[in-house]
Design a protein around this ligand. Structure first.
Ligand SMILES: N[C@H](CCC[C@H](N)C(=O)O)C(=O)O
Length: 321
């Protein structure tokens, strides 16, 4: 039997499959089918499948398969949960995890709340170049605080890859309707973001305090998007210096709770440093036979709750007061 986990970071939900536990690893087609099946049908679904593989230079490697079967370059909320998994497996608190484009530094952080373990993860590399998102809008090589009436009138947009693509807009109040419409448009066939983009709207609440909601590529509305909150924090620090205190962490509220980000701006903006700090919650363990996993038969799974979710909910309660 193979043991999987259902996990979340800010209620951005995933299944974790550690391929190193298998006799034979799943190939890419099998991973895609299993990701779609798990994310649609098991335990109320999830936003993606996080796959752990061996790595030459790091403690492990993380791959991210979105709910629709597409593969993402990175996942910030997911990386925290994989960090916790590897930290417990190897009894280490500070190490590196390989992701598609870079080896990222991760470390155990103080608990977010009683019974809510937390991890701090590096988010990198950063790019604003149109080729890296990719995007195409008139002759622009970058899109920074730019009015784009083709997206929405009266809103400006910033495009950042970390390295998965994000489009960010600061708004007086988040309109789910407008976010959903724009997210759908830019993730369908369109001339601006040919490979789709994660779209985040953010409301500035106070100094170092923002709210972010994201429409995710390959998923749709999500409770939270870790790379999205990190990229939005960077845009916030760059574009709203009057509300940004560089010596302190930023509190990023989202529909699933709250995370912290730490932004160290660099005059060369691509060299700025981003850390994402937040919960790594395991809600369920699942056991399935390796044979059934290979044949994408998920009818016979043993599920057990971990009991951690009540502590996470107590944390959410504590921040909403
Ligand atoms: N939820 C993720 C990002 C998933 C990325 C994916 N939707 C894409 O870029 O295709 C996060 O916490 O960072």
């Amino acid at each position: 039997m193979v043991k999987l986990l259902k996990v979340h970071g800010s209620e951005n939900k995933f299944f974790i499959l550690d391929q190193t536990l298998l006799e034979t690893t799943l190939n890419d087609d099998e991973l895609k089918s299993v990701a779609i099946n798990f994310c649609d049908n098991i335990l109320g679904g999830a936003d993606g499948l996080l796959v752990i593989d061996t790595s030459e230079n790091c403690l492990g490697k993380m791959r991210v398969i979105n709910a629709d079967g597409s593969e993402a370059k990175m996942c910030g909320n997911g990386l925290r949960t994989v960090s916790r998994y590897l930290s417990e497996k190897y009894q280490l608190d500070n190490f590196k995890i390989e992701t598609m484009e870079s080896d990222l530094d991760v470390e155990k952080a103080p608990d977010l709340y009683n019974g809510v373990p937390a991890f701090s993860v590096e988010i990198s590399p950063i790019s604003f170049q149109k080729a890296d998102l990719p995007f195409s809008y008139k002759q622009n090589d970058e899109m920074i605080d730019m009015m784009v009436p083709e997206f929405l009138p009266d809103q400006s947009f910033t495009a950042i890859a970390v390295p998965n693509p994000h489009l960010i807009s600061f708004v007086p109040e988040v309109s789910q309707l407008e976010l959903g419409d724009l997210g759908q448009k830019l993730n369908g066939k369109n001339e601006y973001f040919p490979e789709g983009v994660n779209v985040s709207f953010s409301q500035i609440l106070d100094t170092n305090k923002i709210f972010v909601q994201t429409y995710e590529r390959g998923v749709g509305f999500t409770n939270a998007c870790g790379t999205g909150m990190s990229a939005t924090s960077l845009a916030f620090a760059m574009l709203h210096p009057d509300k940004f205190d560089p010596d302190k962490e930023i509190s990023v509220y989202n529909p699933g709770g709250m995370v912290k980000t730490k932004i160290t701006l660099n005059p060369v903006k691509e060299n700025s440093q981003l850390r994402l700090i937040g919960n790594a919650t395991f809600t369920h363990t699942l056991e399935v036979s390796e044979f059934n996993l290979h044949s994408n038969n998920l009818n016979d799974i043993d599920v057990a709750e971990t009991g951690e979710e009540k502590d996470y909910q107590a944390f959410v309660e504590s921040i909403s007061q």
